[in-house]
Write a protein that binds this ligand. Structure first.
Ligand code: SF4
Length: 227
């Protein structure tokens, strides 16, 4: 259950961020504010959960049921799921809310962009860590699904959180399927023997793809889960 150095993550995110909506000078102010006020409390946790029964529709693991057919491989054997969650903690969202309340919307938007870049970098770190763990066990990992994106319905979010034991880092659900803290995410990957590289992405059929900045940034982060 690693707690990550916020300053390091901030540097990582800044190196990989693409031009956002905010003017460069406002973005720089937002980055300075995030660093000066030490807003990031990044952490992640994950579990590699064996399937309860041979892979099929639905997938059953750890007593949970997931409809995630995209993880069924064309060859090899799917034997488990890597389920993880990550968060920046609540400070960013509180500060963004304050800035909006103070009518400093431009800085609030820029701070939101800084936080989103850090969330992407943190998710990347988590997936790298899960991949290392899977390889250490002599297994392979392929595919990446996130509840709410194509391939995994948002209703799967509670099960993913339970599988990842998200309470260890304080990630939960607020209302329906909204993660709390807001600057958090979850991920599910397939684990098994000789899994072929996924030839799909969760973004492939997403109606939001043409205007999704997260997609651009995730691609820029070099997301490759092939093991
Ligand atoms: S295009 Fe954006 S919203 Fe759609 S799945 Fe990819 S990251 Fe998610």
């Amino acid at each position: 259950m690693p707690w990550i150095n916020g300053k390091q993550l901030h540097r990582e995110a800044a190196q990989r961020s693409l031009a956002g909506l905010s003017p460069a000078r406002v973005r720089l102010r937002a980055e300075a504010l995030a660093a000066a006020e030490d807003l990031a409390r990044p952490a992640y946790c994950y579990r590699i959960v064996p399937l309860d029964e041979p892979a099929g529709t639905p997938l059953r693991a750890g007593g949970e049921t997931l409809l995630a057919d995209r993880l069924l491989p064309g060859s090899g054997e799917l034997t488990g799921l890597a389920c993880g969650t990550f968060t920046l903690g609540p400070e960013f969202e509180d500060r963004i809310r304050e800035l909006f309340a103070d009518k400093r919307a431009a800085l609030a938007v820029a701070l939101d962009e800084v936080a989103n870049d850090m969330v992407i970098a943190l998710g990347r770190r988590l997936q790298d860590r899960m991949l290392m763990e899977v390889q250490r066990r002599g297994l392979s990992m392929a595919g990446e699904l996130r509840a709410g994106d194509p391939g995994l319905d948002i209703s799967a979010q509670p099960a993913v959180l339970r599988l990842a034991q998200a309470e260890r880092i304080g990630v939960g659900l607020h209302g329906g399927h909204l993660l709390t803290p807001i600057k958090s995410g979850t991920v599910v990957c397939g684990v098994g023997h000789d899994l072929p590289p996924a030839d799909w992405s969760r973004c492939d059929e997403c109606p939001s793809a043409p205007r999704c900045r997260m997609r651009t940034r995730a691609a820029g982060a070099g997301s490759d889960l092939r093991a």
